[in-house]
Design a binder for this molecule. Structure first.
Ligand SMILES: O=P(O)(O)OC[C@H]1O[C@H](OP(=O)(O)OP(=O)(O)O)[C@H](O)[C@@H]1O
Ligand SMILES: O=c1cc[nH]c(=O)[nH]1
Ligand SMILES: [Mg+2]
Length: 213
């Protein structure tokens, strides 16, 4: 499935593809599933942070002075969408440990598939931060749009939405509704079933991460 939009980044790295195949396998145990989500999230944020601005920094090595680079005055935040987004948090933080963390609680109603927000706690100065919004699944896009709307209301300009699996329906909805958000996904799948689960997908990510199947 191809969706041409410069704000959509589908990661096709062999390491990611390999790990995704194991995660898709329904017989993969929660412990291994969790570990793979962690590993893929770290690889994904590496890609999604490629264009962060850097500035020169003087460093004294044990041998001489040199000039290195550091992230330029950028304040970063990671915002997992509870609950499944928590599975990606440590992986993202292992790549950018100085980022602040905000959390957004969002749950899809099983019948209507509409998201219900139940918790929000953001770090100070969220409006000035680059936000890595994380959730393994982008299905209808309802939860994502609700989260993006919340962040826009807080004044956030740079939202980078990182998911593991996306459905074309969700990608279209998010890109159409918000003119600036950028999306990174490890897979763009075929579509949704009657229960709005992604096909082929990987099932219910939250249940597989937390062993609540
Ligand atoms: O694009 P959508 O149609 O909104 O579906 C995607 C949402 O559904 C899942 O969460 P869920 O509601 O199952 O909550 P959980 O993380 O607590 O399992 C998933 O983690 C997304 O947040
Ligand atoms: O396929 C899907 C859709 C929504 N939420 C999930 O966890 N999986
Ligand atoms: Mg779930």
């Amino acid at each position: 499935m191809r969706l041409a939009d410069e704000r959509l980044n589908v990661l096709e790295h062999p390491l990611i593809a390999h790990k995704m195949s194991i995660m898709r396998d329904g017989s993969t145990a929660p412990s291994q599933f969790r570990q793979l989500v962690h590993e893929v999230a770290m690889l994904e944020v590496y890609e999604a942070s490629r264009d962060l601005a850097t500035e020169p920094v003087e460093v004294e090595t044990p041998l001489r002075r040199t000039v290195g680079k550091r992230i330029a005055g950028e304040k970063l935040a990671v915002v997992p969408i509870l609950r499944a987004g928590m599975g990606m948090l440590d992986g993202v933080l292992s790549a950018i440990p100085s980022a602040a963390v905000g959390v957004l609680g969002m749950e899809r109603d099983e019948q209507t598939h509409q998201p219900h927000e139940y918790y929000a706690k953001m770090p100070r100065g969220i409006a000035d931060r680059t936000v890595f919004l994380i959730d393994p699944m982008l299905a209808t896009g309802g939860s994502a749009l609700s989260a993006i709307h919340y962040l826009r209301e807080q004044g956030v300009c740079d939202i980078r939405f990182l998911v593991l699996v996306a459905a074309p329906e969700g990608v279209r909805a998010v890109l159409q509704e918000d003119p600036d958000v950028r999306i990174w996904t490890c897979a763009l799948d075929d579509g949704l079933n009657e229960q709005a689960y992604i096909l082929p997908g990987l099932g219910d990510a939250g249940d597989r991460i937390f062993g609540t199947l």
